[in-house]
Write a protein that binds this ligand. Structure first.
Ligand SMILES: Cc1cc2nc3c(=O)[nH]c(=O)nc-3n(C[C@H](O)[C@H](O)[C@H](O)COP(=O)(O)O)c2cc1C
Length: 349
């Protein structure tokens, strides 16, 4: 029996945020068993070599404290953040809920984080060797939200492997409006201008919501291509509520985990179709097994992230997904995941 099946009932007796802090502390101190990279499942993208395509999604390691521990679990990359220029406490508690029966979480954390300066110092001090994306956002009370993203580019460009522009959190009022054509084109032109001044600009990705209409998706595709965005992360949590069984179903906030899989995978495939595969995509939402990761790749993902399933399945999930993907690749007779990306898009349209 796996240790996590014994540990989980104890962890789940704690409020979710306390359990999460314990997990982070264990990861930071490298207390969890180290997983070798069991197989070669390399992905070459944006001049980076990902040892495998499975990353931890933003929000797990908000303050960039646990990357070393996360790499030793077997993740091929880690996305830290969301980080805002100034530290902020986030929304009042309780603000994170386990929907056990649904394999889901609802959160309305609201970008609780220690701010740019502390995270940058931590990243530099720990100097984890591995691919680290930095996910950036705007302070809730900022008078210039676009300015907050611009600031982050300057702050993290040298340290990050890539930068993820989060314009899709449902828990900062008004933030998702940055996905509209008018605001996004302003944001992207400011970011493009800032990048031009950098000597070694890192890949810039946009993270979008699964609740966008077809027209909104088409606008984002057009603007991303026109502004030289390097990729998209699809998707953040949803405000929608597919049929759920848990008593927490009507809590406000973003829903993640199993019930998000279908919606986020559909949006991923739609986006791949719209851009005819010209933009690399990171597929995220409800991945909990090698099979669901494989489906994301077939729906258009070059890389895959997960968060909620880690809470339910425990740290051995990472190695299981990576190993399972390698087996699937072998069984397909193909040599690389690149050959699998997008082959199942039609099933989702
Ligand atoms: C507790 C929690 C906090 C999150 N915080 C962030 C965040 O700060 N920034 C962000 O871009 N996404 C955040 N997310 C969204 C995840 O990165 C991911 O997009 C979403 O949970 C779907 O993946 P999953 O179903 O594998 O959890 C958060 C998710 C959860 C559950």
């Amino acid at each position: 029996m796996r240790a996590y099946s014994l540990l989980r009932p104890l962890l789940f007796m704690l409020p979710p945020e306390r359990a999460h802090l314990l997990a982070l502390a264990a990861l930071e101190r490298r207390l969890l068993p180290e997983r070798r990279q069991p197989v070669t499942l390399k992905v070459e993208l944006w001049d980076l070599t990902f040892p495998n395509p499975i990353g931890v999604a933003a929000g797990f390691d908000k303050n960039a404290e646990a990357a070393c521990g996360l790499f030793s679990l077997g993740f091929g990359f880690v996305e830290v953040g969301t980080l805002t220029p100034l530290p902020q406490p986030g929304n009042p508690q309780p603000r994170l809920f386990r929907l056990l029966e649904d394999g889901a979480l609802i959160n309305r954390l609201g970008f609780n984080n220690s701010g740019h300066a502390a995270a940058l110092a931590g990243l530099r001090a720990r100097a984890a060797s591995g691919i680290i994306g930095v996910n950036i956002g705007a302070n809730r009370d900022s008078a210039d939200r676009i300015g907050d993203y611009v600031k982050a580019l300057g702050t993290f460009n040298d340290t990050a492997s890539y930068i993820a522009v989060n314009i899709s959190s449902p828990n900062t009022p008004g933030l998702r409006a940055l996905q509209s054509q008018k605001e996004l084109s302003l944001l992207l032109s400011r970011l493009t201008e800032t990048r031009r001044a950098l000597s070694n600009p890192k890949p810039l990705l946009l993270k979008i919501a699964p609740d966008l209409s077809n027209e909104e998706l088409a606008d984002i595709a057009e603007l991303s291509l026109a502004n030289g965005i390097d990729g998209l992360i699809i998707s953040n949590t949803t405000l929608s509520r597919p049929s759920l069984r848990s008593s927490h179903a009507s809590e406000q906030g973003g829903l993640s985990g199993r019930p998000l899989f279908e919606l986020s995978t559909r949006k991923l495939a739609q986006f791949y179709h719209l851009t005819r595969g010209r933009l690399p995509l990171i597929g995220v939402g409800g991945v909990s097994s090698a099979e669901t990761a494989w489906q994301k790749i077939r729906a258009g993902a070059s890389l895959v992230q997960l968060y909620t399933a880690l809470i339910y399945e425990g740290p051995s999930l990472v190695g299981d997904v990576v190993e399972g993907l390698a087996q699937k690749l072998k069984a397909s007779g193909k040599n690389s995941l690149r050959e699998i990306t997008g082959t199942g898009v039609a099933d989702w349209l």
